[in-house]
Structure formats: C-alpha cells, structure tokens
Design a protein around this ligand. Structure first.
Ligand code: C2E
Ligand code: MG
Ligand code: MG
Length: 370
C-alpha cells in the first residue's frame, strides 16, 4: 500500500544519494523510477562500477512498518556523447536500455550501446572468473630478459603475469590488472606473483646463474598496503632470495595522492636491500621535484617513447632528456619496448644503460628462459 511504498521510495532515494559524488545528480522520475546523472566519467567502466554499487545498495533488505523485504532494481545506461548529446535523447536511450535490463531477468544493468554492453558483460565475467583464477591455477608468470646496451649481456628479467582463462584464452594483464585493482583481488594475486618470482629466481641462482635480478610490478593498491614491507621481507626470507636480487617496479600513480607517505614506504622498502624502479616513465604527471625525493635506482622509459624513436624527433628528444635526467640523478635507465636494432643503436648512442623488448627477447615461460 501507499504508506509502505512511500517509505520504501524514500529509503531508495536515501541509498542512491549515498552514491552521489561531486557534480552528480539523482532524482525520482516518477513511479518507481529514478534517474542518475553521473558527471565525471573518466572511463566507461566507471558506469559499470556505479551500477554494481547501486544494485548492491538496493539489495540490502528494506524495513517498513515492521516488515522486512527484499527488492531488486534494473538499470539502463546511456553515455554522452556516444548515445546522444541532449537530455531527451539520452533519457530515451537509457529507457530502452532499461527495458532490455528488465527483459534480461531484472536485478542487472544494460548499456544502450551494444558494444558497451558486450564490454560490460565481458568485464563482469572476467571479474567473476578472476576470483577463482588463483585457486584454479590459471595464473602463471613469464619472464622477460633485460640486457645491457653496453655489453649485450643479460642483466635481469621482469616478471609478467599471465592468465589462461578457460573460455577467453590468454587475457592480457592490461585488461585484468585494473579489474584486480578495483576489486582488491590484486593483493592476493600480487603476493602470489612476488612469491613465485622470488622462488624461481632463487632456483636460478642455485643452478649458477648468479647475476640475475628479478623485477616485480607493484600496483598502486599493493604499494599502499601498510604491511607491504613486512610482506616483502617475509617472502624474501621464505624463498631465501637475497634482497639485492629483487627489484620492485612502481608507477607514478603510486605516489600522486600522498607523496610523503609514498616516500616513507619507498625508503622502508629500500632499507630491506631491494631495488626500486620507476615504471612507465613519461606517461604520468610526476613533477621532477618529487622524483628526486624518491630513492629510485632505475628509470624505465615507457615504450610509447621508444616505439618511434628513430622517426619522431619529439619522442627522440623526450627519451634523450629522460636518459640525461636519469643519469644526472644517478639512476640507471632502461628503455622498454625495444623492437629494432635501429632503436637500440639510438639508445646506445644516447648512453641509455639497458633495454627490454622483443629485439632481445619476448617474455618467456620459465623453462624457455632457462
Ligand atoms: P609493464 O610493467 O610496463 O610491462 C611491459 C609490457 O610491455 C609487458 O606487457 C610486455 O610484454 C610488453 N613488452 C615488452 N617488450 C615489448 C616490445 O618490444 N614491444 C611491445 N609492443 N611490447 C613489449 P604485458 O605483459 O602485457 O603487461 C602489461 C602491464 O600489465 C605491465 O606493464 C604492468 O603494468 C602490468 N602487469 C603485468 N604483470 C603484472 C603483475 O604481476 N603485477 C602488476 N601489478 N601488474 C602487472
Ligand atoms: Mg613493469
Ligand atoms: Mg612499463
């Protein structure tokens, strides 16, 4: 009846309001229908995350007039400017998406654009499958050799995560790492990569490959864990890998929000004796002043600058400047994504220290690496 209905509508309104961020608008369009305008969408998948949060918020049982009951919601999503650029068009598109969400069985969401719908459903099924990927042993680590530009000798390798999904085949980390980050799964997965890479490297040291250093990527969320130093220390002890054989790679996004905290974390890691490198250099917004405060050992120039280094004078200038800067800050400099002899020659002439890329080797399974 209406009194209970009104109470529930108010509660729905309240729960949706909790999802509002700066610039967003939420309102009731009539009946049991609400509208939500999301103002700042950096990535299209922001809308997926919001839709998931809303469904979750509605799924908590409602209490009204002494009874408790459960409701579900259906959500239709349109995106500007892809689906229209005025309110009427966007609302109509959202209505059509809503109708499809209801047809699909309710308690879900649909995008107006079929392409985005396909992306969203792939993303959701990856998210679900990723929860069990570790337990099902679908994850494995490959190792990409790194070479000195000077001597051509192997100096180390980067551990790169791979996921063999039963239906989708090998899924790129560029696609699933962000999902793992958002869901927090990265913490368990990252810990496993670290452990696997350290144990493997210890084995290689044992068979007499003595100068190897393994580089492991730490995502932002991993880097910010308060017990990270303890975790790394434990892994080193358990695996018996001497700390100087481990290098941790972080990107600029790990320190943009809290520079002071990040500097402290980096110093604590360095105190263990491990090396620290700055990955994807040149793609972030880091200020050079911040950079000098971090105890990095190495700069990795992003492959975006290396790719056309011999044809694009701007990228050639950026890469050269990065090398000069790295050297004057006493960092070693490694270029990523080196694919041709011409690129290697250019980098060598600019006194870049090391390279990693298909020219020297693709990432390899541990048996092939050996
Ligand atoms: P990254 O750390 O910058 O890794 C380098 C990427 O460049 C790797 O892609 C590698 O396979 C690719 N690459 C190497 N040489 C070449 C080349 O000559 N040409 C081209 N076109 N590409 C080359 P991958 O393995 O797909 O990894 C993508 C990103 O995923 C990594 O970028 C890293 O940010 C992330 N990632 C991978 N493994 C892990 C992990 O264990 N933990 C975390 N947190 N992130 C990881
Ligand atoms: Mg890396
Ligand atoms: Mg990189």
């Amino acid at each position: 009846g209406p009194p209970v209905g009104d109470e529930v509508l108010m509660e729905v309104g309240r729960r949706l309001s909790l999802q509002v961020r700066e610039g967003d608008t939420v309102g009731r369009r009539g009946g049991n229908e609400f509208g939500f305008v999301m103002a700042n969408v950096a990535h299209e998948h922001d809308a997926i995350t919001l839709a998931q949060r809303m469904l979750e918020a509605i799924s908590t049982p409602f209490e009204a007039h002494g009874t408790s009951f459960s409701l579900t919601a259906s959500i239709g999503i349109s995106v500007a400017p892809r689906d229209g650029d005025d309110a009427d068009t966007l609302l109509k598109a959202a209505d059509m998406a809503l109708a499809r969400a209801k047809e699909a069985g309710r308690n879900g969401f649909r995008f107006y654009s079929p392409a985005m719908d396909a992306d969203a459903s792939r993303r959701l099924s990856l998210e679900i499958a990723l929860r069990d990927a570790l337990a099902r042993q679908e994850l494995y680590v490959v190792y990409q050799p790194q070479a000195s530009l000077d001597t051509g000798h192997l100096i180390g390798m980067e551990a790169l995560l791979r996921w063999q999904h039963p239906q989708y085949g090998v899924v790129s980390p560029a696609e699933f790492i962000p999902i793992a980050e958002e869901t927090g799964l990265i913490l368990a997965i990252g810990q496993w990569v670290l452990e696997t890479a350290c144990v493997q490297t210890r084995r290689w040291l044992d068979i007499g490959i003595s100068s190897l250093r393994v580089a492991v990527n730490l995502s932002t969320r991993q880097f910010r864990q308060s017990n990270l130093v303890q975790q790394v220390d434990n892994v080193l002890k358990r695996s018996g890998l001497p700390p100087q054989h481990l290098e941790l790679e972080i990107t600029e996004s790990a320190f943009i929000d809290d520079v002071q905290g990040a500097v402290a974390q980096a110093l604590a890691l360095k105190a263990l004796g491990v090396k620290l490198s700055l990955d994807d250099f040149g793609t972030g917004y880091s200020s050079l002043a911040y950079l000098s405060r971090f105890p990095f050992d190495k700069l990795k120039i992003d492959q975006g600058f290396v790719r056309d280094i011999t044809e694009n004078p701007v990228n050639a200038a950026i890469a050269t400047a990065a090398i000069v800067m790295g050297r004057s800050l006493n960092l070693s400099v490694l270029a990523e994504g080196v694919e041709t002899e011409a690129q290697a020659r250019f980098l060598r002439s600019r006194r870049c220290d090391a390279m990693q890329g298909y020219l020297y080797s693709r990432p390899l399974l541990h048996a092939d690496f050996e």
